[in-house]
Design a binder for this molecule. Structure first.
Ligand code: GLN
Length: 491
């Protein structure tokens, strides 16, 4: 028998329903693989008892012919999602052993659809980072390595646990979140597929907040079809999130395999950034050629305010973060460090509980929101945000169906390589992804080959609001054309 870990969820689903193997057998295989892969540090908490109990419930439902759309799926959950009765830390010391008495909307829906939780996945502290190196639980190791080298590489961030787990086959799918690229960039670094849905498509209720006007939940999966299957379960209206949109959830899977003939795909000239590696440039033009061969029309487009996206994001995101993180005061959640008086207690708790990157963001955020600087920074950044959004609207109004760009400016980098440079070097990683969050649009990262060093590279497609289906259709064409990629097992 083929290794159970090799099946995509679409394949496993058929076999589960045909009773070729059980959900308990499938999840046991994953739990075993997780144990063997602990060196990757993808999970911050394993929940084998919960997994086996839920898998047995899945088998019972399958036996009764009542299988849900995700029945038996071995799922990893980013530790930013609150999980009922299971520790949730956002990978920050400040949350201590916080154990929520409720389940996030998204994971509750997935559970109701039959998904099985294997455990909680590592991420950058409060999802701030691009390499998982800011996590209180330490860095996640990418299951990919450069050819002929055993140097440890990062799995991207902030959803590095999610991307590494899916790539290393220690989760068949994973939840993730994306504020400026945290689903798409880690997917790109690991040869997996990551989808950042339209803002408002998935409820943020029960997900630890980073920057509320930018945060979106989404899946990381083994291929485009699996991402579409997960996405259908994750999306939906929730009255507890005031920005959740009440709109029917389409059958995303039905879009996989749809032709791209006649679609107009825009290639934005401003994404040809200075110093872009030749390899990334080639990947991008190859992608355009292949879509053209599949019948799409490639058109050059202009998004003139692109160069302001990153600086504006690094004002808006810290501003919202400083406000969201004000709630961690040692009174309501997790850890507390005593002091002379209440102010002293707040200060001691926050100084001990937040790591350096989170402290940096709180300081930047408090500064740009302060009375003297609010207009100069925050208000201007919001205006820039509007201009970025308008750039996209102009392109879509002119009849472009989706936009093709590279997902990241490079392949996965080494542990310590960027973290030891400067924070700005790390921020530059988000150059192709933050625009999408600023404009509230959907985006997908799809693997599109290997670098000269043998590491995965990915393309990004950006869609019109609520048109994830075009991204799944076009992403599947890229996937079929370039093939699928998995790392050699060494761990
Ligand atoms: N890397 C970006 C940041 O550090 C984005 C993170 C994210 O999308 N959560 O803010």
């Amino acid at each position: 028998m083929t290794d159970l870990l090799d099946f995509t969820f679409a394949e496993a689903r058929k076999k589960l329903l045909a009773k070729e193997f059980s959900a308990v057998e499938l999840n046991r295989a994953y739990l075993g693989a997780m144990e063997a892969a602990r060196g990757l540090n993808a999970y911050v908490l394993e929940t084998p008892e919960i997994a086996l109990e839920r898998a047995a419930e899945s088998d019972a439902r399958i036996a009764k012919g009542e299988a849900g759309p995700l029945e038996g799926l071995p799922l990893g959950v980013k530790d930013l999602y609150c999980t009922e009765g299971v520790r949730t830390t956002a990978c920050s010391k400040i949350l201590g052993e916080f154990t929520p008495p409720y389940e996030s909307f998204v994971t509750a829906k997935m559970r109701a659809d039959g998904a099985v939780m294997l455990g909680k996945l590592n991420n950058d502290e409060f999802a701030m980072g691009s390499s998982n190196e800011t996590s209180a639980f330490g860095v996640v190791v990418n299951p990919w390595r450069r050819q002929g080298s055993d140097a440890a590489l990062v799995a991207g961030g902030s959803s590095g646990g999610s991307s590494a787990a899916v790539a290393a086959r220690i989760a068949l799918g994973a939840t993730a979140t994306d504020t400026g690229g945290s689903i798409r960039q880690p997917a790109a670094f690991t040869g997996t597929v990551g989808v950042k849905p339209t803002y408002g498509r998935c409820s943020r209720w029960g997900i630890v907040a980073f920057a509320s006007s930018l945060d979106q939940a989404g899946p990381i999966a083994r291929d485009v079809r699996d991402a579409a299957i997960l996405m259908r379960s994750m999306a939906g209206y929730d009255k507890r999130d005031s920005t959740s949109v009440d709109r029917e959830v389409p059958d995303y899977e039905a879009a996989v395999g749809r032709s791209v003939k006649g679609l107009r795909i825009g290639v934005p000239k401003e994404y040809r950034v200075d110093g872009m590696p030749a390899e990334i440039e080639k990947l991008w033009s190859d992608g355009a050629e292949r879509l053209k061969a599949a019948g799409a029309e490639i058109v050059e487009v202009s998004l003139p305010h692109t160069k302001y996206a990153l600086p504006a994001y690094y004002i808006v995101a810290p501003a919202e973060a400083s406000s969201n993180l004000a709630r961690y005061d040692g009174v309501r959640y997790g850890a507390r460090v005593a002091g002379r008086d209440v102010t002293d207690m707040y200060e001691n708790t926050r100084a001990a509980g937040f790591g350096p990157e989170v402290r940096r963001r709180i300081m930047i955020g408090a500064y740009v929101l302060s009375a003297g600087y609010y207009d100069a920074y925050y208000v201007r950044a919001q205006k820039v945000r509007t201009l970025i959004k308008r750039d996209f609207e102009t392109v879509f109004d002119a009849g472009v169906d989706a936009i093709l760009t590279p997902a990241t400016p490079s392949a996965a980098f080494g542990v310590g390589e960027m973290a030891n440079a400067s924070p700005v070097e790390m921020y530059l990683n988000d150059v192709f992804t933050v625009t999408v969050n600023m404009a509230g649009l959907p985006g997908i990262a799809v693997p599109a080959g290997l670098s000269s060093e043998g590491l995965p590279l990915a393309l990004q497609l950006i869609g019109r609001p609520f048109d994830e289906e075009t991204l799944f259709a076009t992403g599947a064409v890229i996937e079929d054309s370039f093939g699928r990629f998995s790392p050699e097992r060494w761990w």
